[in-house]
Design a protein around this ligand. Structure first.
Ligand code: NAD
Length: 402
């Protein structure tokens, strides 16, 4: 669900009909097909989508999802989350997203290169004019962004590139960094405790999951359960994340066979008796079927949209607090902004500066969300949505859209 429905925000502020329409409608949707012949004479056919939700703040920004479950509907939902994420963190970007519908495992390198080259050919103008600026998302990575860059030769047209070709030191870790910082803030500021006194479970050991685990482990947290798409592992003493990195250096190697751990399923992990659950895999994993069985105290949303609307209501009744995705995982787009700014100015940034800029934004947003939550007696999700809506409406007035 990520963002709450505008109906809920309308109980807290006046929203004109026009503003409502501009916040609900997508500004642009492009559907196309990526087709080409491989070296083995096979034909690749896959559907692809680009959606711009609201671009009042700047060009549409959001990652490219490569997955067999990609759909126009999902791309729309994710583009909308980007609008709210950019508004909440006050970045000069609108909400965009892209999706390529193909299973993301076992694609050979040449086919992958051709998919991204063809992707650029189909939407060249959008990319070249910087109307949509892509980045990695689930199933895509910096090397895919390098192929996009290679087709366009304009470094500001795509972010999340490898560091040697204009990528940002710290971009790889950026989303995990913000999820970890959000977790630390919540434990220290709200739970009034230390990370090392809590038990954590993390779903997903891809880009977001592994770096979230890495930073939290560095800061002393005990991560007792982790999973990937093939299954999970449990150890009550907590995992040494650097060892897990060595065991599974890429997301193509599963951690589910890691020795010195009890094997568990993804369902077991979500329903585990831990203090903090951090879903970092995919959307909708906490839903009306399992929400009632959850036993954690807090959910930090690392993935986009991991909790459905129905589940959110159940969790609220159960007293499980949820910190929303569009705060927690905004490190990726914050870093993308720094990379884009550097591409335009020729500036360079060190990794530690990237982390410090992410932390600064997350801390500022967290306190804003908390203050509004306390003042209006609403949930963290409603509070974050309220702040973003207010910012977007003010910007739409400034641009004379309203
Ligand atoms: P990724 O492809 O690098 O990793 C995904 C991980 O989740 C892998 O370990 C995979 O095995 C696991 N997984 C996938 N489907 C699963 C399932 N059904 N059950 C259990 N595990 C499953 O992807 P990522 O970049 O880490 O993205 C993860 C989530 O974070 C997505 O929702 C994405 O939209 C969101 N996100 C990513 C970024 C980013 O910078 N990469 C930024 C913001 C949000």
């Amino acid at each position: 669900m990520a963002i709450v429905k505008l109906e809920k925000i309308k109980n807290l502020m006046d929203i004109s009909k026009a503003a409502e329409l501009l916040l609900e409608k997508n500004e642009k949707e492009i559907s196309f097909s990526i087709n080409f012949k491989t070296k083995d004479n096979e034909i690749v056919f896959c559907d692809a989508f680009v959606v711009y939700h609201n671009v009042v703040l700047g060009p549409a920004k959001g990652g490219i999802r490569v997955d067999e479950n990609v759909s126009l509907e999902e791309t729309r939902r994710l583009a909308k989350i980007m609008t709210y994420k950019n508004a909440l963190t006050e970045l000069p970007f609108g909400g965009g997203k892209s999706g390529i519908k193909i299973p993301n495992q076992n694609i050979d390198e040449l086919t992958r290169i051709n998919i991204f080259k063809e992707y650029v050919h189909m939407i060249r103008e959008e990319l070249f004019l910087e109307q949509y600026i892509p980045a990695p998302d689930l199933g895509s990575d910096p090397f895919d962004m390098a192929v996009i860059y290679g087709e366009l030769h304009k470094p500001e047209c795509v972010t999340g590139k490898p560091v040697k070709i204009g990528g940002l030191p710290g971009r790889l870790e950026a989303t995990g960094r913000s999820v970890a910082t959000s977790t630390r803030l919540f434990t220290e500021e709200i739970m009034k405790t230390k990370l090392e006194d809590l038990k954590l479970a993390i779903q997903g050991f891809g880009n977001v999951g592994r770096w979230t685990a890495y930073f939290l482990n560095q800061w002393g947290a005990k991560i007792v359960a982790i999973s990937d798409i093939y299954g999970g592992i449990y150890n009550e003493k907590g995992f040494d994340i650097e060892k897990l990195f060595q065991y599974a250096p890429t997301k193509n190697i599963t951690i589910s066979d890691y020795p010195d751990a009890e094997k568990i399923t993804n369902e077991d992990l979500l329903e585990m008796d831990v203090d903090i659950l951090i879903p970092c895999a995919t959307g909708g994993v906490i839903n009306e079927k399992n929400a009632e069985r959850l036993r954690c105290k807090v959910i930090i949303e690392g993935a986009n949209d991991p909790v459905t609307e129905e589940a959110d209501e159940i969790l609220e009744k159960k007293g499980i607090v949820v910190l929303p995705d569009f705060l927690c995982n905004s490190g990726g787009v914050i870093a993308s902004y720094i990379e884009w700014r550097n591409a335009k100015s020729g500036n360079q940034t060190e990794k530690e500066e990237t982390f410090s800029e992410i932390d600064k934004k997350i801390i500022k947003c967290f306190h804003k969300i908390r203050e509004t939550k306390e003042k209006l007696k609403i949930s963290y999700r409603v509070s974050a949505t309220y702040i973003a809506v207010k910012f977007l409406i003010e910007a739409m007035h400034e641009r004379r859209w309203l």
